[in-house]
Design a protein around this ligand. Structure first.
Ligand SMILES: Nc1nc2c(ncn2[C@@H]2O[C@H](COP(=O)(O)OP(=O)(O)O)[C@@H](O)[C@H]2O)c(=O)[nH]1
Ligand SMILES: [Mg+2]
Length: 375
């Protein structure tokens, strides 16, 4: 049976944690079939005695665990909890969930069901049908949350996901969570770690699913969210967004180097008196080799391909991809020239390269060669 561990960080939640444990163990867990449900409370030595309440309750519930530590911020608490859930509890999946009832316990079940039905990353989403933000929220608060999300979706190029800042999520361990370097996440002391963690998880996951979350207002005590948290969230989103653009810039640079290599070898092979067709073939292949090598060690260095057999296979694939680019050019080049006239052939070339060949290559490399995107 799948073992699912809810990781619940707490800091001064003595009023909430008792009712939360009760509701999960008495009401929600019994409703969930085909999964063994655990709760791991990560308490940062709350002065209000949250930890003692958990310790006491764990005498009654054997699937309740307490992990205490120094207060180092929310992200750090989650990272500690995730490591513990993976190594000590051998979890198959973990759920991130708040202790303050803002993530109503009844939404755990549909999240687990989505996982059992094959999703390896499940997002509790406020911005899909069935999900919502608290009615009590003033219009400006709604606007900030919604527009902030929209902005992050845009910056991270994730238009198909609707809630990138939610704190209620399920992550499969094998292949998703265990591939993330948790200690290197950005802004671990702040709430913004959520954006980086989501970004990495979505990258690793094969099937991402959003399930509705009716985000509830805080019942007791005050929120720890602030303006500072918001600024750092945007910062993380922008840095992650730029990281992706950096890859594209590297890809474009490598492409340009390939073009120069192509040109130089045309001259070299011609000068040693090879036949013209052979000269073009060889020079093109030199450019392909250059592109493959530099993309492998630089543009896609995180996904570097090594080993003789894999390299041979990938290089063959890469050649096929390049042949595709050749076909695009030889179809749309003449077509464009027919429309605007031979005089403007350089414009046609620029257009075809910029809007067709580059996106085509970038897509093929990310999806099929280095597999950094999972459509
Ligand atoms: N362990 C730990 N938990 C924290 C820390 N900061 C917040 N939390 C917990 O994280 C959850 C979300 O915090 P909350 O203040 O409700 O943030 P909000 O929902 O974004 O307003 C709650 O369960 C908090 O008790 C922290 O520094 N350490
Ligand atoms: Mg909260």
């Amino acid at each position: 049976m799948e073992k699912i561990v809810i990781i619940m960080p707490t800091y001064n939640e003595s009023e909430n944690i008792g009712p939360m444990i009760h509701e999960l163990f008495e009401k929600e867990f019994p409703r969930i079939k085909n999964a063994s449900m655990h709760l791991l409370v990560v308490d940062d030595n709350s002065p209000d005695g949250t930890g003692e309440i958990v310790k006491e309750a764990s005498k009654k519930y054997k699937n309740l665990h307490l992990l205490s530590g120094q207060k180092q911020g929310l992200g750090m608490a989650y990272v500690r909890g995730m490591k513990y859930a993976m190594k000590k509890l051998s979890a198959d999946a973990v759920i991130e969930m708040d202790a303050d009832f803002q993530h109503p316990p009844k939404f755990v079940k549909p999240m687990v069901e989505a996982y059992l039905n094959g999703a390896d990353y499940v997002i509790g989403s406020r911005y899909i049908p069935g999900g919502s933000v608290p009615k009590e929220w003033a219009i400006h608060r709604r606007a900030i949350s919604y527009l902030g999300n929209l902005f992050i979706r845009f910056v991270l190029l994730k238009p198909r996901l609707h809630d990138l800042t939610t704190g209620f999520r399920l992550t499969k361990v094998k292949g998703v969570l265990d591939k993330i370097e948790l200690d290197n996440l950005m802004e671990l002391k702040r709430f913004a770690y959520k954006v980086d963690l989501l970004y990495q998880s979505v990258k690793n996951a094969k099937k991402v699913k959003e399930v509705p979350l009716q985000f509830a207002p805080r019942t007791k005590e005050a929120s720890k969210f602030s303006m500072k948290e918001m600024v750092s969230t945007f910062k993380v989103a922008i840095i992650l967004g730029i990281k992706d653009k950096i890859r594209f810039l590297k890809f474009a640079t490598v492409g340009f180097v390939g073009f120069v290599v192509n040109f130089l070898f045309l001259r070299v092979f011609r000068s040693i008196g090879l036949g013209e067709v052979f000269v073009w073939l060889m020079a093109t292949e030199m450019a392909i080799i250059s592109n493959y090598t530099f993309n492998n060690i630089w543009t896609f260095k995180e996904a570097k391909i090594s080993g003789f057999v894999t390299t041979a296979k990938k290089f063959l694939q890469f050649n096929l991809t390049s042949a595709g680019a050749l076909i695009i050019q030889s179809v749309f080049g003449p077509l464009g020239v027919r429309v605007v006239g031979e005089r403007y052939d350089y414009l046609v070339l620029a257009f075809v390269v910029a809007f067709m060949v580059l996106p085509y290559n970038y897509f093929m490399y990310n999806v099929f060669i280095w597999k950094t995107w999972k459509p």
